[in-house]
Design a protein around this ligand. Structure first.
Ligand SMILES: CC(C)(COP(=O)(O)OP(=O)(O)OC[C@H]1O[C@@H](n2cnc3c(N)ncnc32)[C@H](O)[C@@H]1OP(=O)(O)O)[C@@H](O)C(=O)NCCC(=O)NCCS
Length: 151
C-alpha cells in the first residue's frame, strides 16, 4: 500500500471542525455515542494533527509520560474516512511512540471489542492484548487493553 507523507503538528483551534467531523462520522464513536473534547486536549497539549497541504488528515491524542504500569497512554486516534489505508494512522502512531519512549517504557491503549479494523491496525504495529474491561463505556461492549513495550 502506498504511504502518503504527512506533517505532524500540534493541533490548534482552526483544526477542531475537521477533527470533529472525523469523530462524528466514524466508529467507534458512533456506536459508543461519544465525542472527543478537542478544546480540552489542545489546552493539555496532548493532541497533534496530521496535515496534507495544510488540511487535516487525522489526529492523535496521547499522554507520553508513564500514567499506568510504566506506560504512556493513547487516548484517541482518527484518520479522515476517505484517506484510510494510506499509512497516515501508522505515521501518527510512530510519532506518538517516538514521543512517549523518551519518558515511558511502555505504551497502552484501549480499543472497543467491535472495532475489528482498529484491532488489526494495532496488531500490525506490534500491540498485543493485555486485558479487557467489560461494559466500560457501553453495555455489551468490552474495551480491550492493548500494550506494546517501547524499549
Ligand atoms: C484505525 C485507523 C486510525 C488506521 O489508520 P489508517 O491510516 O487507515 O491505517 P494505515 O494505513 O496507517 O494502516 C497501517 C496498517 O494497519 C493495518 N490496517 C489498517 N487498517 C486496517 C483495516 N481496516 N483492516 C485490516 N488491517 C488494517 C494494515 O496492516 C496496515 O498496513 P498496510 O498498509 O501495510 O496494509 C483508521 O482506520 C481510523 O481512523 N479508524 C476509525 C477510528 C478508529 O478506529 N480509531 C482507533 C481506535 S480509537
Amino acid at each position: 500500500m502506498p504511504t502518503i507523507p504527512v506533517k505532524i503538528r500540534p493541533m490548534n483551534k482552526n483544526h477542531i471542525a475537521a477533527c470533529d467531523d472525523i469523530v462524528r462520522t466514524s466508529e467507534p464513536w458512533k456506536t459508543l455515542r461519544e465525542r472527543v473534547d478537542f478544546s480540552a486536549a489542545i489546552r493539555s497539549k496532548q493532541v497533534y494533527v496530521a496535515l496534507i497541504e495544510g488540511a487535516v488528515a487525522g489526529f492523535v491524542i496521547f499522554t507520553a509520560g508513564p500514567v499506568f504500569a510504566r506506560g504512556g497512554y493513547l487516548r484517541a486516534l482518527g484518520v479522515a474516512p476517505a484517506i484510510r489505508g494510506l499509512g497516515i494512522g501508522r505515521q501518527l502512531m510512530k510519532f506518538a511512540e517516538k514521543t512517549a519512549v523518551k519518558q515511558s517504557q511502555n505504551f497502552f491503549l484501549c480499543v472497543s471489542s467491535f472495532n475489528k479494523p482498529g484491532q488489526l491496525f494495532y496488531k500490525s504495529l506490534g500491540y498485543a492484548k493485555a486485558g479487557k474491561l467489560d461494559n466500560l463505556i457501553k453495555q455489551g461492549v468490552s474495551e480491550l487493553i492493548y500494550w506494546k513495550r517501547l524499549k
